[in-house]
Design a protein around this ligand. Structure first.
Ligand SMILES: [Zn+2]
Length: 365
């Protein structure tokens, strides 16, 4: 499954039928399959005109889906379109029915969890994996010199106390192996290799490999986790995804807090739909933050971004007479952001943003 190709064909999609776009939280960690199906029915019942496509999705969940991914994106447009994209992270269950596929959640996830490398190291071994959109592929496995003499001294105890670097005398086999591993990781991450990296393995090996890696690679280490190198790749994938997700949520929280604090102080931040739209139309937004679930209808002044629930004859702020009606203000805001060169971040599970009106921005000035 190469989602880039899927994504491009979805962006380019021009069909005669409307398209049903569905995002599903299919993580079974805290709920049953039935609960997933129920939530889907609940969140899609307002789309009664999409009955045939909805039934198709329902059938897929009942009969064909293997329940392995944490989330799903499904696009269905009559006979013309049927695309299922397994997602590496859980997404809020939501459904849309419109002329174009609703791809904003999908593109956001591809951007952020699209691909990274995983390097597992211990005293003797190195394993490299490439992760792309929730799929893990082995790239390299290397067994170095045996470190038997150290094992006799209790070296093989996991989470061991000694660092290989502090052993007296010549460089010991373990350290030689780790240097070799660091070298391989560098090669892996250069050229077309992954930009971001998750490390796993034994505690002492992880510490040493970090030291041995050059800064330019160390800066792109998302995190690390303790793991036995014989762990199945499926587990390695899940553990590395947990790290990526946590990191992403933490980064998002920081950005939201920054925007809210700046807005409260009258600085370079803004919250709520009215102020955020106004700043977007002035081209002052550097980063737009939109809650994944934000949805609102409205009429937006095409000149200044003034928003009204009912279209006035003229804009009360700028007297402009053209208003764009939209069923999804969030989507309109995202388009405006992209058109003015701002970055967009779709935010999940963030109470602070919800309280601030589910939309906010960091400003250029
Ligand atoms: Zn206006």
């Amino acid at each position: 499954m190469i989602p880039d190709k899927d994504l491009q064909s979805l962006v380019a999609y021009r069909g005669d039928n409307k398209v049903l776009s569905v995002y599903l939280d299919t993580s079974l960690a805290a709920k049953s399959k039935d609960a997933v199906r129920l939530l889907f029915r609940e969140r899609s019942k307002h789309l009664s005109e999409a009955q045939d496509d909805l039934a198709k999705v329902q059938r897929y969940l009942d009969l064909d889906y293997d329940w392995r991914a944490r989330g799903l994106a499904i696009f269905s447009g009559g006979e013309a379109l049927w695309t299922v994209v397994p997602l590496p992270v859980a997404v809020r269950t939501q459904a849309y029915y419109a002329i174009k596929p609703q791809i904003r959640v999908l593109t956001d996830i591809v951007d952020r969890f699209g691909s990274y490398g995983v390097a597992l190291v211990d005293q003797e071994r190195l394993k490299l994996y490439a992760v792309a959109m929730g799929r893990i592929d082995p790239v390299l496995e290397k067994v170095g010199e045996e470190v038997r003499s150290y094992k006799q001294g209790g070296w093989s105890v996991r989470g061991g106390q000694r660092s290989a670097a502090t052993t007296h005398g010549d460089v010991n086999p373990a350290d030689r192996n780790l240097r070799e591993a660091a070298h391989e990781i560098q090669t892996f991450c250069s050229g077309d290799g992954p930009k971001n990296l998750v490390l796993g393995g034994s505690a002492e090996a992880l510490g040493r490999v970090r030291e041995l890696l050059p800064n330019r690679i160390r800066e792109h280490i998302l995190g690390d986790f303790l793991v036995d190198l014989d762990e199945p790749s499926d587990q390695v994938l899940q553990r590395s995804l947990d790290i990526a997700v946590q990191l992403d949520l933490a980064a998002e929280k920081k950005l939201v807090s920054q925007a809210v604090t700046a807005a409260n102080k009258g600085g370079q931040g803004v919250t709520g739909v009215v102020d955020t739209l106004s700043m977007l139309y002035q081209g002052r937004v550097r980063l737009l933050l939109v809650d994944e679930a934000f949805r609102r209808e409205g009429h937006i002044c095409a000149h200044c971004g003034y928003i009204a629930s009912k279209a006035p004859t003229a804009c009360p702020l700028c007297s402009y007479e053209t208003f764009d009606a939209t069923g999804d203000v969030g989507n309109a805001a995202i388009h405006k952001a992209l058109a003015t060169g701002a970055d967009v971040n779709i935010v999940r599970d963030n109470v602070e943003l919800e309280k601030a009106g589910s939309i906010a921005a960091l400003l250029r000035y």
